[in-house]
Design a protein around this ligand. Structure first.
Ligand code: 5AD
Ligand code: SF4
Length: 477
C-alpha cells in the first residue's frame, strides 16, 4: 500500500496519553483497553475509530497493559517483517495472559484478515480476530467471549463500510488524520492491501469537510487526508481535487496534506488545486516503485517511467520548491542489474527530498508471489543499500542548500530526543528541530533570554544545520 510508514511512533507516549485521558476518556467508563498500532497512518486512523466504538461500550484507553481488560494489536501485513514483529510481540504478551487469565487479547487489521487460521492455530492467547471492516463488532465480540468463552472472529470485507458516522477518538495535538476513502482496486501484483482492506469506497464529501471544520474549531492546525489511493476518491460527481479544493476553502487557516497518490491518476486538475491554495502544503508523495518499464509492467503499476517523470516535471513547474518523496521496491522478481541501475538513474534525475525504500517481500496470494526468478538475499541487501546511499546523499545535498534560509514551520510536538526542543515541520514536509526557549537580542540591544514557543505556533526558522532527514534551526523574530 502507498501510505508511508515512517512518520509515526508505535506506542502511545506518556505525554500523549496523559492528554488523551484528560480530554477524551469518559468518566463513566470503567473498563480499560490498551492498543498498539503497527504500520501505516491508515491503521493509526483506524485505531482512533476502534477507540471511539469501544468508548460507547464502557472502555477508556490506558497506556498501562497491566491495568487493561482488553489488549489489542492493530496490525500490518505489507511485508513479512511487519508480521514477524507482531508474532514476536504476541510471544512477549503471553506473560500478561498468565498474570491475568481474564485479559482479552485481540488482533485487528490486515493480519487478522490474512492470517486468521494461522493465528488461531499457532497463537492460543489470541481471543479476538477482527478485520478492518468489522470494527463496529469489537465490543459485542468481547461481550460474547466473556459470556460464552467463544473466540470472536469477524473478517468480512465490506463494499460500503467507511465508518463515516463515527467520530474518531483523537489525541489532543495539532495534527490530525481524516480518512477519506478505504480499500484499493489497483491490484499491484506485489501488494496485499486489496486482499486485506478490500475494494475502494469513499466517504461523504460533506461529512469530511464538517470533520475538518470541527477539528479546526478544536485547535488542530494540520490535517492529513488519508487513503490507500486518495486520487480514486469519488463521491457523486466530485473527485479528490474537488474535495481538496472545498476543504481548503472551508478551513483556510489549516495546513492540508494528503497521502497517498498513485501516479496513474494524479491529475493536472489536482496540481492546479494545489497551486491555488496557500494552505495546501507544497509536498507530494508519489511512489514510483521502480525505474524500469518492464518491472512496472510486471508490477501492474499502469504507468511508464516517462509518464511518471512528466508528472514530476509538471509538479515542479507549477509548484516551485515542491517537496517530493517516493516509495521504491528493490529486487522485484526477475529485476536485472540494468533495471536496478534504471531505478538509481530515476533517483538521480528526480532528486527526491526523501524516499521510503523496501526490499521486495513475497506475499502469499498476490500475483507476484508466483513469479519466477526471485532475487537472492545478498543481492537484495546490496541493491537496497545502493539505493539508500544515493538517496541519502541527495537528501543531504538538497538540505544543505537550505542552510541560512528562513522558512515558516508549524511546531508539532516535543522532540523525541530532548525535552528542550520541539519538532516542527515545513510546508514541504521536512522535520525541523527548534529550541523551546532561546536567547535573542532585542531591537534596543538588550539580551533577552525568555522567548517561549508552544506546540501549534507557526514560527519563522533560520536553518543552521542539516542531515539527510532533519533540519535544525533558530527562530527569527
Ligand atoms: N514488498 C516490499 N514493499 C512493498 N510495498 C508494498 N508491498 C510490498 C511488498 N510486497 C511498499 C510499496 C508501497 C509501500 C507502502 O510499501 O513501496 O508503496
Ligand atoms: Fe498502493 Fe498498489 Fe497496494 Fe493499492 S495495490 S495499496 S495502489 S501498492
Amino acid at each position: 500500500m502507498e501510505l508511508s510508514h515512517l512518520i509515526i511512533n508505535n506506542k502511545p507516549s506518556e505525554n500523549s496519553n496523559n492528554l488523551l485521558q484528560k480530554n477524551f476518556n469518559k468518566e463513566s467508563n470503567d473498563k480499560k483497553v490498551y492498543i498498539e498500532t503497527y504500520g501505516c497512518q491508515m491503521n493509526y486512523s483506524d485505531t482512533e475509530i476502534v477507540l471511539s466504538v469501544l468508548s460507547e461500550f464502557g472502555y477508556n484507553e490506558t497506556s498501562d497493559i497491566e491495568e487493561s481488560d482488553v489488549l489489542l494489536l492493530n496490525t500490518c501485513s505489507i511485508r513479512e517483517n511487519a508480521e514477524n514483529k507482531v508474532y514476536k510481540r504476541l510471544d512477549d504478551l503471553k506473560k500478561y495472559k498468565t498474570q491475568n487469565p481474564n485479559l482479552v487479547i485481540g488482533i485487528l487489521g490486515c493480519m487478522a484478515e490474512r492470517l486468521k487460521n494461522d493465528l488461531l492455530k499457532r497463537r492460543k492467547i489470541v481471543d479476538l480476530i477482527v478485520g478492518p471492516d468489522e470494527y463496529r463488532k469489537v465490543p459485542h465480540l468481547i461481550d460474547n467471549l466473556i459470556e460464552t468463552g467463544e473466540k470472536g472472529i469477524a473478517i468480512k470485507l465490506s463494499r460500503v463500510e467507511t465508518y463515516d458516522d463515527i467520530t474518531p477518538v483523537r489525541k489532543k495535538g495539532v495534527t490530525a488524520w481524516i480518512s477519506i476513502m478505504r480499500g484499493c482496486d489497483k491490484f499491484c501484483t506485489f501488494c496485499v492491501v486489496p486482499f486485506t482492506r478490500g475494494r475502494e469506497r469513499s466517504r461523504n464529501l460533506k461529512n469530511i469537510i464538517d470533520e475538518a471544520k470541527r477539528l479546526s474549531d478544536e485547535g488542530v492546525k494540520d490535517i492529513w487526508l488519508l487513503g490507500q489511493n486518495v486520487n480514486s476518491y469519488k463521491f457523486g460527481d466530485e473527485d479528490f481535487s474537488d474535495l481538496l479544493d472545498k476543504t481548503a476553502n472551508a478551513v483556510p487557516n489549516m495546513r492540508l496534506r494528503y497521502t497517498t497518490s498513485h501516479p496513474y491518476d494524479l491529475s493536472m486538475k489536482l496540481l492546479e488545486v494545489m497551486t491555488k491554495h496557500k494552505n495546501i502544503c507544497n509536498y507530494i508523495h508519489l511512489p514510483i516503485q521502480s525505474g524500469s518499464d518492464r518491472i512496472l509492467n510486471k508490477m501492474n503499476r499502469l504507468y511508464s517511467v516517462e509518464q511518471y517523470m512528466n508528472v514530476m516535471k509538471k509538479a515542479r513547474e507549477m509548484m516551485p520548491g515542491v517537496g517530493l518523496s517516493t516509495d521504491i521496491i528493490s529486487c522485484f522478481p526477475s529485476e536485472t542489474e540494468d533495471e536496478h541501475k534504471m531505478t538509481l538513474d530515476v533517483i538521480r534525475e528526480v532528486r527526491y527530498d526523501g524516499a521510503y525504500t523496501f526490499a521486495y517481500s513475497p506475499r502469499e496470494n498476490t500475483k507476484a508471489f508466483d513469479m519466477e526468478d526471485r532475487i537472492d538475499e545478498e543481492t537484495k541487501n546490496r541493491r537496497l543499500d545502493e539505493i539508500i546511499t544515493i538517496q541519502r546523499k541527495i537528501s543531504v545535498e538538497i538540505n544543505q542548500r537550505l542552510i541560512g534560509k528562513t522558512m515558516p514551520v508549524l511546531i508539532e510536538s516535543l522532540s523525541r530526543k530532548s525535552d528542550d526542543f520541539f519538532m516542527a515541520r515545513t510546508d514541504c514536509n521536512k522535520s525541523v528541530i527548534v529550541p523551546k526557549e532561546f536567547s535573542y537580542v532585542s531591537e534596543s540591544g538588550e539580551l533577552n533570554h525568555k522567548k517561549n514557543f508552544h506546540i501549534g505556533d507557526f514560527v519563522n526558522i533560520k536553518i543552521n544545520k542539516v542531515n539527510s532527514a532533519t533540519l535544525f534551526g533558530d527562530p527569527v523574530l
